[in-house]
Design a protein around this ligand. Structure first.
Ligand code: 5GP
Ligand code: ZN
Length: 139
């Protein structure tokens, strides 16, 4: 895509710190990392987000994810890793070429705070069942 930042990075028109590339994916250092080793994994085929991603693009992207994640693990010995993907501006997406954040974790002060406020009380069993039926009806 002509004016896509990440397509330009793949093409080499904008410099990046590449860590891995194959026929289908490109991985490079996030310019504003959350933690040491924060890396972005992107498909070479432009797609805006997960909703637009064809199955073969998803297959190839996730085929490479453990390889890059394990390289980060071997390099920095983190105690964990968050994989984050924001889809849509409301979800925090700022670059509209799908990207999977690989964010290695070190301790609770490492720069990433994940807040997980469960609303289990709002979703009783009958409500959850109804929601599952609505999703299944679309598949
Ligand atoms: P999002 O907010 O869309 O999930 O994440 C976009 C990410 O892209 C951010 O973490 C941001 O730091 C990173 N980013 C934005 N522009 C550039 C750039 O020009 N080069 C690199 N390497 N990363 C970028
Ligand atoms: Zn793109």
């Amino acid at each position: 895509m002509n004016d896509c930042l990440f397509c330009k990075i793949i093409a080499g028109d904008i410099p990046s710190l590449k860590v891995y590339e194959d026929d289908h994916v490109f991985a490079f250092m996030d310019i504003a990392p959350l933690t040491k080793g924060h890396t972005l994994l992107i498909p070479k085929t432009h797609c805006k987000d997960l909703f637009e991603m064809p199955e073969d693009v998803a297959r190839n992207l996730y085929a490479a994810a453990p390889k890059v994640a394990n390289a980060i693990k071997a390099a920095f010995n983190p105690v964990g890793m968050n994989t984050i993907n924001n889809n849509g501006a409301a979800a925090g997406q700022t670059v509209f070429h799908y990207h999977l954040h690989l964010v290695p974790r070190y301790d609770e002060t490492d720069g990433l705070v994940v807040e997980w406020n469960s609303r289990q009380q709002d979703f009783q069993a009958d409500v959850l069942t109804n929601l599952s039926e609505q999703i299944k009806a679309q598949l």
